[in-house]
Write a protein that binds this ligand. Sequence first.
Ligand code: SF4
Ligand code: SF4
Length: 192
Amino acid sequence: METQEKVYYEEELNPEFLDTIKELSHSNEIDRCIQCGTCSSSCPDAAYMDFTPRKIIALTKGGFEETVLKSFTPWLCASCYNCQVRCPSQIKITDVMYAIKRKAIQENVYPSRFPIPVMYKEMHKILTKNGRSSELWLMLNLYLKTLNPIGLIKMAPLGLKLMKTGRMSLKKESIKNKKQLKKLLKAVKENT
Ligand code: SF4
Ligand code: SF4
């Protein structure tokens, strides 16, 4: 197997990054990581990640903000909590993955043509606007924003079948009381 080496320099570090992630994940225990690797060996998706959960924790502790925020790892995390329940240092690893995703979206540095963060963003837009998801519009926006028209064409027959059986609609679904939704979202924002 070919080993790829990358040198990281001190000027790439953000010494405040660890505190940011601790605050966003409510996980002060990150400092207690002993690099045992239990998280990585428990993770069903580790083989597909560019950095295993153990490495993500080490990079976060080291302040490698850009590397962590641009990583595919948090977007591949299935939120199964295996790592979190098995960590001997009781680090909230799954919550750390959520915090990294949140920060990557805030800073606009997530892997841009990777479908998962784009889907999160599009879903968030639809839900905050209408209070309900509309699968057809979500999928259309996803394929267009990830510049994948071939994927869209391939999915078209399935989309048509779902529309014929009433499982998907051109109509954008929406709740009645959008004012209440706005109030609720405002309160959540103010308290997080
Ligand atoms: S299981 Fe916990 S202590 Fe072990 S490497 Fe993972 S985060 Fe660190
Ligand atoms: S929660 Fe995420 S990182 Fe942890 S084991 Fe499951 S998939 Fe892997």
